[in-house]
Design a protein around this ligand. Structure first.
Ligand SMILES: Cc1cc2nc3c(=O)[nH]c(=O)nc-3n(C[C@H](O)[C@H](O)[C@H](O)COP(=O)(O)OP(=O)(O)OC[C@H]3O[C@@H](n4cnc5c(N)ncnc54)[C@H](O)[C@@H]3O)c2cc1C
Ligand code: SF4
Length: 410
């Protein structure tokens, strides 16, 4: 910048708002002026005024306001078809005997090959690297996946790694696609009766709701938010995160293997497997965040920080989400088909074949019962501890599990 100013004089320099507090600070120091970034639909000032008017930052409230503000799937101030969300219909486990549509692959061009060579890795065919490729991915999603998106959005299956997810996050985050064009295209399919409201609403919610909310919260919560560790979690990153052979937990082995193959898994493995494991084992939030930042294709500071620190590991003491997403093996067993071939049993919490998630879920509640008893959304779960007749054995098994995970044996 100094060089440019020396050559051209002190002309003003404008920049689209960048994606992290660090970049923002560095550019500001140089005197750069910022304009709204069209990667998003919500100007930062608008989000701030919404957040400042709230007692707690409930995404659903933000989302409904977005629907009205952006005039999406509404008639006046009312949702089309009479409901703001169709979540109740959209929590199906993976279907049996289902044929998933063929996944789109992307041929590698010479530039891709050269870049991959320089970075020292074998290029895969999962991701596009051009605007034309990103548009093809969008069309493939609209033609083959949008209609089925809603019902199975929370399911996880060994049969198909991407299910009906759009695989659009990298392109939305690097500007090959804009949020605006993606939602307009989805609404067009709804208007043409090519996709049902349950799926279109669910998809729209991800983009104008979750994505905008997460970005807004990142800027609203400020640069120090990243360093939160309110549950005082100090465990080093477990070896299974970087080497899937270091665990016998089928769900984690499969998830980490998938990440190593294509740098992506959908939101349930990110939240209910990886983050849940980090949360209930007491992994240091920043160590886990750094790992997540490194391994995902769509990782950016603005999106990883709130998703991991707030939603994933509850390190912010509930500033973003009122309750932690902690769960035992029963949830994973219901929403996936990982458990059948696993060495562990999701129903058991003690003994050698107890599912580590089930054991550690109860142990986590036990370790933090004083904190969570004060949280009315958690008190019932904490109260459940009183019904466990085997709490001493459970605590003992939890210690064995934690030490086994550290040694890469569980
Ligand atoms: C712990 C954790 C970490 C995550 N890290 C990232 C990340 O680094 N980058 C990223 O883009 N998303 C992240 N997400 C959100 C979500 O998992 C991914 O956006 C999604 O899996 C990307 O795949 P897709 O494009 O097929 O998404 P779909 O399921 O098809 O959803 C459509 C779009 O909605 C948006 N979206 C949905 N949920 C979120 C959310 N929570 N935050 C922001 N955008 C959302 C994405 O742009 C996504 O492309 C994270 C979620 C969790 C729980
Ligand atoms: S039994 Fe537990 S560890 Fe094994 S796959 Fe199921 S949830 Fe994962």
């Amino acid at each position: 910048m100094e060089k440019a100013q020396a050559e051209y004089g002190k002309l003003p320099v404008y920049c689209a708002e960048p994606s992290s507090h660090t970049q923002f600070g560095q550019l500001k120091k140089l005197g750069v002026e910022f304009v709204d970034n069209d990667f998003f639909l919500t100007p930062r000032a608008l989000f701030t005024s919404w957040a400042e008017s709230q007692k707690s930052f409930v995404m659903e409230n933000f989302y409904r306001a977005q629907r009205i503000r952006l005039n999406i799937l509404v008639e006046g101030n009312k949702p089309v078809q009479g409901r703001w969300n169709f979540d109740a219909e959209n929590r199906l486990p993976p279907p049996k005997n289902y044929t998933w549509p063929k996944r789109l692959t992307h041929a590698r061009d010479e530039i891709d090959k050269q870049v991959a060579k320089e970075l020292g890795y074998e290029p895969t065919d999962s991701w596009a690297t051009t605007r034309a490729g990103a548009l093809k991915q969008l069309k493939n999603f609209l033609d083959n996946h949008l209609a089925g998106f809603g019902p199975y959005e929370d399911a996880v299956t060994l049969d198909e790694w991407s299910l009906h997810h759009s695989l659009l996050s990298p392109y939305l985050n690097n500007g090959l696609l804009t949020a605006d064009e993606v939602i307009s295209a989805a609404i067009k399919r709804y208007d043409q009766d090519l996709a049902p409201i349950e799926s279109v609403e669910a998809f729209i919610r991800q983009i104008i709701g979750w994505r905008e909310y997460v970005n807004g919260m990142y800027w609203f919560l400020g640069p120090d938010y990243r360093d939160n560790n309110q549950l005082n979690a100090t465990r080093k990153l477990l070896p299974l995160f970087s080497d899937p052979t270091k665990t016998q937990m089928n769900c984690i082995k499969e998830t980490v293997t998938d990440i190593q193959s294509r740098a992506w898994v959908h939101h349930i493995p990110r939240l209910m497997l990886l983050s849940n494991l980090a949360l209930i084992t007491g992994a240091n939030p920043q160590a886990f965040l750094d790992w997540m930042r490194e391994v995902f294709i769509d990782a950016s500071e603005w999106v990883m920080v709130p998703n991991v620190i707030g939603m994933g590991v509850h390190a912010d003491g509930g500033q973003m989400m009122t309750k932690p997403y902690a769960a035992g093996g029963a949830y994973i067993s219901r929403m996936s088909n990982y458990c059948k071939p696993c060495a562990y049993n999701p129903k058991l919490r003690t003994g050698e074949t107890a599912c580590p998630f089930t054991t550690l879920y109860w142990d986590f509640l036990d370790r933090h019962k004083e904190t969570f008893a004060k949280n009315h959304r958690m008190s019932q779960q904490v109260f459940g501890l009183n019904r466990l007749s085997d709490l001493p054995e459970l605590r003992e098994r939890a210690q064995e599990v934690l030490s086994g995970l550290e040694k890469g044996r569980i």
